[in-house]
Write a protein that binds this ligand. Structure first.
Ligand code: NAP
Length: 277
């Protein structure tokens, strides 16, 4: 699997990871598909999709539990990214949430601990103080955020005294390129990773969207790839971007793995940019 340095961490991570929203439930736990979810995660790891994104919110902790089961015996090969929910962003809230996540994941460290979304009521300085404490305690390796605007990112960065924000996880796909206006250039300048969520627009790009389909199909034929591979490859061709498609279907996981390790000709990325501008 192709790798990229995550921000300025010096750590190489897989450019295509695995999302886990709805694995183990949405806002409440769902135990009905546990075996299938664990098998999918294990299959993805074997394929090289070793960055796994989850959150305490997903299945109210059950998604983290499934990740914990899937990575048993493989911990050092895996890069775990999880998230603390906005309602837990007080100093004590972050510390307690991280303990719960560590327990659910059945591990003693989290690679990337992300603030899931900014809180309108809790000062970011207080949250970041807790995040720095967790790094000092070796409970987390890196601090990340999610759904942060440039303004919020700047405030968060200024709140940190010792460490950096290494990534911002935001929606980015061919149909939603909003971050190209300011967040993406900011990330490039600051050497911060962008972790693209909903990179396939939750599947809409392949199944329902007709816009730009002919162009994508032509490129798929030209490069002997699938539509999903073209969509993901377009994302990871951008320097700071890592994509985390979610797939429970192993055929999808294999296909997503095949989105990395190659590039189209520069003029073909430009064609896509033009069609989806
Ligand atoms: P997504 O990855 O864009 O799309 C997932 C859907 O696409 C699933 O239905 C999946 O089907 C299907 N799919 C995957 N690979 C495919 C392929 N090669 N061909 C056809 N269909 C394919 O959407 P997402 O789950 O919203 O986003 C990915 C991850 O980002 C989440 O799981 C989560 O970890 C993260 N996320 C974060 C936030 C945030 O606020 N930070 C918000 C949303 C998402 P199957 O499952 O049936 O294989």
């Amino acid at each position: 699997m192709e790798t990229k340095e995550l921000g300025r961490t010096g750590i190489e991570v897989a450019v295509i990871g695995m999302g886990t929203w709805k694995l183990g439930g949405s806002y409440t736990p769902d135990f009905s598909d546990d075996q299938k979810a664990i098998e999918s995660l294990k299959a993805g790891i074997k394929l090289g999709l070793t960055l796994i994104d989850t959150a305490e919110m997903y299945g109210a902790g059950h998604s983290e539990e499934l990740v914990g089961k899937a990575i048993k015996g493989l911990r050092e090969k895996i890069f775990i990214a999880t998230k603390v929910s906005p309602e837990h962003l007080s100093y004590d809230g972050v510390l307690k949430a991280s303990e719960r996540s560590l327990k659910h994941l059945d591990t003693d460290y989290i690679d990337l601990y992300q603030v899931h979304a900014p809180s309108p009521s809790i000062p970011i300085k207080e949250t970041m103080r807790a995040m720095e404490h967790l790094v000092d305690e070796s409970k987390i390796r890196f601090i990340g955020v999610s759904n942060f605007s440039v303004k919020w990112l700047r405030e968060a960065q200024h709140s940190l005294s010792k460490y950096q924000i290494v990534s911002n996880q935001v929606e980015y796909n061919l149909l939603n390129r909003g971050i190209q206006k300011d967040l993406l250039p900011f990330a490039e300048k600051e050497n911060m990773a962008i972790i693209a969520y909903s990179p396939l627009a939750t599947g809409y790009l392949m199944h329902y969207c007709s816009h730009g389909k002919e162009t994508l199909k032509q490129l798929a034929v030209k490069y002997n790839k699938t539509l999903a591979q073209i969509c993901l490859n377009w994302l990871i061709s951008r320097k700071p971007v890592i994509a985390i498609p979610k797939a429970i279907n192993i055929k999808h996981l294999k296909e997503n793995t095949g989105a990395a390790g190659w590039r189209m000709k520069p003029e073909d990325y430009k064609v896509i940019d033009k069609v989806f501008s």
